[in-house]
Design a protein around this ligand. Structure first.
Ligand code: AR6
Length: 176
């Protein structure tokens, strides 16, 4: 499914983000940038050891929640990996929404600063970090829409969704 916003496109696909050929793919990392399970584990396994070497060298302090850092992409087809840290869901009253919005926005701004014309996102925070899927989806789509509305350069944003349930949630919100 695709929606056009000006000259840009938001696209939803079902699949594995490690196979994407977009200029950048986003990793849902932890604040130590230490690797982990979920999409983080899959990305590091597919990209190989140079990525964790780079995060250790360039970002020894890790990455705070809501921020984003960039590395090359090792063996992946993408050029860059943007590592962001979404919030852990703790009931919704611990600035989870602001942190998740800021994670999306910082990824998009970092990608733009590196000249990326296409970027693939997973559903940040909706796995191990337990953010309720419908709420996370609203935030993802609204931040992406806002960024595309504000920016002049055309860009493709692809949300790569790991199962039918997540795809369904995204398509319902994008259709609105
Ligand atoms: N491609 C696309 N999406 C994926 C893939 C994949 N290969 N694998 C999983 N997902 P999660 P979080 C989806 O848990 O909630 C890690 O241990 C998954 O279905 O990967 O932000 C980190 O190191 C879900 O919808 O990330 C952190 O400690 C989404 O990706 C912590 O988990 C995010 O799930 C981050 O938790």
């Amino acid at each position: 499914m695709q929606v056009r916003i000006g000259d840009s496109v938001i696209e939803l696909v079902l699949g594995d983000i490690t196979e994407e050929k977009t200029d950048a793919i986003v990793n849902a990392a932890n604040s130590q940038l230490a690797g982990g399970g979920g999409v983080d584990g899959a990305i590091h396994r597919a990209a190989g050891p140079t990525v964790i070497q780079q995060t250790n060298e360039l970002y020894p302090q890790g990455c705070p929640t809501g921020e984003a850092v960039i590395t090359e992409a090792g063996r992946l087809k993408a050029k860059y990996i943007i590592h962001t840290v979404g919030p852990v869901w703790r009931g919704g009253k611990h600035h989870e929404e602001a942190d998740l919005r800021s994670a999306y926005r910082n990824c998009l701004e970092l990608a733009a600063r590196h000249g990326c014309q296409s970027i693939a996102f997973p559903a940040i925070s909706t796995g191990v970090y337990s953010y309720p899927l419908d709420l996370a989806t609203e935030i993802a789509i609204s931040e992406i829409r806002q960024f595309l509305t504000d920016s002049s350069a055309p860009i493709l944003i692809r949300c790569v969704l790991f199962n039918e349930g997540i795809y369904g949630a995204y398509s319902r919100v994008l259709e609105q």
